[in-house]
Each structure stands twice: as C-alpha cells, then as structure tokens.
Design a protein around this ligand. Structure first.
Ligand SMILES: [Zn+2]
Length: 200
C-alpha cells in the first residue's frame, strides 16, 4: 500500500517537472477559437474585428505592475503600436513580472475599442474602490517620443530581440538599435485566456 502511494507521489513529481520544462504558463479558460488571427491583421482592419472573439498572439511588452489586470502586447518585438489586453473585467489575473518581457503569448478575447476598454476599466476600479486613475496611465503612455533599445541583426531586418545575442539565421551579433516607444493602439482586447510561452 505504502509502495503504491510512493509510486503515485513519484509520478506526480515527474509530471510536475515535465510541465515546468514545457515552460508554458496558462491563464484563464482553455482556448476555444480555432486558428490564430495575426495581431497585425487586427491593427490594419480594426473595424472587421471589433465586437468579435479572436485568438491572436504577440510579444509581451509591459504589464500592470500591481494587480495583474492587463498586459501590453506587441505584434512583433520592434512594433510601433502596443495593444492593451485587459483582464480587469474577469477573475483572470496575470501575476507575472518583468521577467516575461519579450515572451511570446497566445491570447483569446474580444476585440474592443480603447474607449470601450477605458470605460470598463474605470467602472471596475470604481467598483473596487481603488484610487487608480486610468486617465493618468493613458496620458503617460501617450508620451511616445521616448526611445527604447532593442537588438537587431544588421543582415536580417525581421530579427529584432529585447535581449542582446546572436541572429538565429546568420549567427552575427545583434546590434543595439534605438526605436520609438510604441504608441497605444486604437483597439484593445478584453482577454479571456492566455498562454505565455517560455523563451527559446
Ligand atoms: Zn541575421
């Protein structure tokens, strides 16, 4: 009997380790939408997607630093627009820190306009009695003349990384490049679920 319990425990441990090694962290409900719509498609033709539930993906750029109620996601690392993915309308929370910056994330949620999202966010904050001024936040992110550093391959324009390193294609050292801080996109996503992928 004891042996059986020990074996079960050992198997659980193996299972836990295997899960940790896969490195994907899931939040919220399992995804139900088939097929990924690129975030660039949604940004190019927002009118086609507003009000629809989509599954999309991008790279984590920034996040709510206290309650885990939103993520800022870029369609690509060097993109000039950042999409807010909000969770404040659900019980889903993203207790993740800056170490996930640059991680690939798959998302499912409803595409809304930023105005709709701001309204929901203000209602949520008022309901929780938090002195959390969304307007201040928005004002801060609109100062998009600031620059930030990314690392790019001198030979391959599409190879851009948050971290220094070498190009996966030609193995050349990536060079530091200054690009504008991305401006907020005109749409947001009211997120229902997400899978944060481990960095390769
Ligand atoms: Zn290269």
């Amino acid at each position: 009997m004891k042996k059986t319990i020990m074996l079960a425990l050992a198997l659980c441990l193996v299972g836990a380790v295997a899960f940790a090694q896969s490195g994907d962290t899931k939040y919220g409900e399992p995804m139900t939408v088939e097929g990924i719509t690129p975030l660039t498609d949604i940004l190019e033709s927002p009118e086609m997607y507003v009000g629809k539930e989509v599954r999309t993906a991008g790279y984590i750029y920034t996040m709510c630093d206290d309650a885990g109620c939103w993520l800022g996601v870029l369609p690509s690392v060097g993109a000039d627009k950042v999409v807010k993915v909000a969770y404040s309308h659900t019980d889903v929370r993203f207790p993740i820190g800056e170490e996930t910056t640059g991680h690939y994330v798959e998302l499912q949620g409803e595409v809304v306009t930023v105005e709709q999202e701001a309204e929901e966010h203000a209602e949520h904050m008022a309901a929780e009695g938090e002195a959390h001024e969304y307007a201040e936040e928005a004002e801060h992110t609109e100062h998009a003349t600031e620059m930030r550093t990314v690392y790019a391959c001198p030979m391959h324009a599409d190879v851009v990384s948050e971290d220094a390193g070498t190009c996966p294609v030609c193995k050349m050292d990536l060079e530091a490049a200054e690009i504008p801080v991305p401006a907020p996109a005109s749409i947001a996503i009211m997120g229902a679920s997400a899978v944060v992928k481990a960095k390769k």
